[in-house]
Design a protein around this ligand. Structure first.
Ligand SMILES: Cc1cc2nc3c(=O)[nH]c(=O)nc-3n(C[C@H](O)[C@H](O)[C@H](O)COP(=O)(O)OP(=O)(O)OC[C@H]3O[C@@H](n4cnc5c(N)ncnc54)[C@H](O)[C@@H]3O)c2cc1C
Length: 364
């Protein structure tokens, strides 16, 4: 009997052919099982095709993403994360979308919406400093920040009250070292656990995270995905009172935010330490506010398309009626960055993450 395998012709017995046939059947069964395991892993993650990013960002701007993966398990994500980078598929991690300005053309790759949100109190850690005191809490990246703050209040801690009302998820807070009133997320961080580009889990201590004003090492390594971090809390308080304080601050903060869709402060406050030139009249260490500089340059109320510099706060560029495009917002930001530079000799840097359709950072 002649068996044809690809382009190889061999003479063989019917018995051998039967063996070969059975082996092929076994192989194909193994492949089926492997595929189903792979499918199961992917099934754990809902994948939305052609999903509008405008639905997932506070700005309400952004075209269709090819794929938006809802990741609700930190452990099984490593393989997909590594595979995405090995295949050079463009990727973007999405937290709450409160600090992102996405492309009008959408996203040509995978957007990973991190939705794992467990909180563990006093988890064992190799990295804890002896005698550090206080209480340790480990939080997963997808936990909404406000919910987390309220949980710490209920456990009898008030350390995070002053960071109440800032939108975002825990992972986004750690990455951008979000803060207010002189407090920053990094002040409380002990360790951060993340995936590297090969899907390997790694841990950085606080010092290795290189926290600075709206800065951390993770901002410079988009190939890292923050899974969770451990914070140390020290200020004990009556749960009811601290919860009350948190909720009052939340309400106050939202009253002060300019109305309309935005991504929060568009530019970082410039700091003389970063090499910005001060005018002769200013004290060398006087704090500079981007909003004040923009206001003095005359930015308030200016409009391009449906993007407007807020009448209430010059460092907020708002999306009027939800109809602004990334292009409108960028044009307005570039115009006023230039004017501030002409007037004060200071170069403003965006605080917001501005991305093209392949996930590359766009310069303002
Ligand atoms: C009205 C308003 C007011 C604001 N006020 C303040 C304020 O007072 N202080 C302040 O600091 N900020 C403020 N912000 C900005 C925003 O709240 C913070 O930057 C917040 O931490 C962003 O979190 P997020 O989950 O929304 O991140 P996203 O906007 O979803 O993402 C921001 C960036 O972080 C990356 N990222 C998110 N999660 C991870 C992760 N797990 N691993 C790696 N990368 C990740 C994303 O890829 C993206 O590049 C404000 C925003 C708004 C809209």
């Amino acid at each position: 009997m002649t068996v044809v395998i690809g382009r190889i012709y061999t003479k063989t017995s019917p018995l051998l052919f039967l063996n070969l046939f059975q082996n092929l059947k076994i192989l194909s069964r193994i492949q089926e099982i492997l595929n189903s395991i792979q499918d199961d892993k992917i099934k754990n993650m809902e994948i939305l095709k052609n999903e509008p990013l405008s639905k997932h960002t506070f700005y309400g701007v952004g075209g269709l993403a090819d794929e938006l993966w809802k990741v609700d398990d930190a452990e099984s994500f490593a393989e997909v994360w590594a595979e995405t980078q090995a295949k050079k598929i463009p990727f973007l991690i999405l937290g709450k979308g409160s600090n992102l300005l996405c492309s009008d053309a959408g996203f040509r790759g995978r957007v990973f919406s991190l939705e794992f949100k467990k909180i563990t109190w006093n988890a064992p850690s190799l990295f804890r400093k002896e005698g550090a005191g206080g209480r340790f809490v480990t939080v997963e990246a997808g936990k909404p920040w406000q919910e987390f703050v309220e949980e710490t209040n209920k456990k009898g801690y008030e350390d995070l009250c002053n960071l109440s009302g800032i939108p975002g998820n825990f992972g986004g807070f750690v990455r951008g070292n979000a803060g207010a009133f002189g407090l920053e997320t990094g002040d409380f961080v002990q360790t951060v656990e993340f995936l590297d580009s090969n899907g390997k889990r790694k841990i950085f201590t606080k010092e290795q995270c290189e926290f600075g004003y709206r800065e951390s090492i993770f901002k410079h390594h988009p190939e890292y995905c923050i899974l969770r971090a451990t914070l140390q809390l020290k200020q004990k308080a009556e749960p009811d009172q601290s919860l009350q304080k948190t909720r009052t601050l939340l309400a106050d903060r939202w009253k002060k935010y300019p109305p309309g869709k935005s991504g929060g402060s568009f530019f970082k406050n410039p700091s003389p330490a970063r090499g910005d030139v001060l005018s002769e009249t200013e004290e060398p260490h006087e704090k500079l506010f981007a909003g004040k500089l923009l206001e003095e340059a005359g930015a308030k109320g200016d409009q391009i398309g449906h993007a407007q510099i807020s009448e209430r706060h010059a460092n907020f560029i708002v999306n009027l009626e939800g109809k602004a495009t990334q292009e409108n917002i960028l044009a307005l930001a570039r115009k006023w960055k230039q004017k501030v530079h002409e007037k004060f000799g200071i170069t403003l840097e965006p605080e917001i993450m501005i991305l093209d359709e392949y996930g590359k950072k766009i310069q303002v």
